[in-house]
Ligand binder design. Structure first.
Ligand SMILES: NC(=O)c1ccc[n+]([C@@H]2O[C@H](COP(=O)([O-])OP(=O)(O)OC[C@H]3O[C@@H](n4cnc5c(N)ncnc54)[C@H](OP(=O)(O)O)[C@@H]3O)[C@@H](O)[C@H]2O)c1
Length: 250
């Protein structure tokens, strides 16, 4: 039996959760392809991981057709990948009617279009190989429709539905799909929305998690058959109450 290299492709690898996915996937992989717009940040991560994994920098904007096309081509040339982590994301904060529609459409493009396109590109190779892992980074916000995050939360709800349905379609193929639904994590994610009035300091410290813990929970859940992974007991309670409130409306 021929041994193949274990390969991961992680989007949004230049910061936060994505960089941490690369760090924790390194012991499981021979090659990691990190995708993001900031090539210099990816190069720093490549240096940090040198010696533990072969790290390829792919500087690409996943909001552009060209960036997604280059990422798909990399999947084809360097793959098949064993791990596909669709993590790149951002948020805005504010009521929908006051937000720039271009930015909202960019969010839909990045969270939804890029994710389904990369899944569509990776799945046939994974199927041919007899298995693989897809992690789509969603959010606790998917369960809690609320003010200020209408499009953000809706894109994440899409990812939950999509991941659950895709997982079901792929049963028996050896390919598993996870939608990771974290609550607040200490990353660079809130820098931009703080400028729009999101007050990070009003969220009590017990609601925050570190990226290391969130990624560990995500990777530990692989193989469990669990599709929706909500890290943290408090977040699981909030997700359940969000679902209950939606049922109560019926
Ligand atoms: N932090 C939280 O509290 C939290 C909670 C729930 C869910 N999440 C989700 O977790 C994921 C990761 O977020 P994070 O917290 O790690 O935030 P982060 O520290 O701001 O990292 C976001 C990553 O996405 C990349 N990215 C953004 N736009 C991109 C584009 N157009 N093309 C390619 N890459 C792009 C960024 O890279 P470049 O800027 O270099 O392109 C960066 O690597 C997101 O999907 C987010 O929705 C975060």
């Amino acid at each position: 039996m021929s041994e193949h290299k274990k390969i991961a492709l992680v989007t949004g690898a230049s910061a936060g959760l994505g960089a941490e996915f690369c760090r924790q996937l390194a012991p499981r992989c021979d090659v990691i392809i990190g995708v993001a717009r900031r090539g210099e940040r990816l190069a720093e991560l490549a240096q940090e991981l040198a010696g533990s994994v072969e790290f390829h920098v792919l500087e690409a904007d996943l909001n552009s057709i060209e960036g997604v096309a280059r990422t798909m081509e990399t999947l084809r040339q360097k793959g098949p990948v064993d791990y596909l982590v669709n993590n790149a994301g951002f948020s805005t904060y504010g009521n929908f009617e006051n937000l720039q529609i271009d930015t909202q459409r960019d969010m839909v493009g990045l969270h939804i279009d890029a994710t389904i396109t990369l899944c569509r590109a990776a799945v046939p190779y994974m199927r041919e190989r007899g298995g693989g892992h897809i992690i789509n980074v969603s959010s606790l916000g998917a369960f809690l429709p609320g003010k200020g995050l209408a499009v953000y939360g809706a894109t994440k709800a899409f990812l939950n539905y999509f991941s659950q349905a895709l997982h079901t379609e792929l049963l028996g193929s050896g390919i598993e799909v996870q939608a990771l639904c974290p609550g607040y994590i200490h990353t660079e994610f809130h820098l931009e929305i703080e400028a729009s009035g999101f007050d990070k300091s009003r969220v009590p410290e017990e609601f925050w998690m570190q990226p290391q813990e969130v990624v560990r929970i995500s990777l530990d859940a692989l193989g469990s058959g669990k599709v929706l992974v909500v890290p943290g007991q408090g977040n699981q309670t909030l997700a359940a109450s969000g679902l209950q409130q939606q049922l109560d409306l019926l």
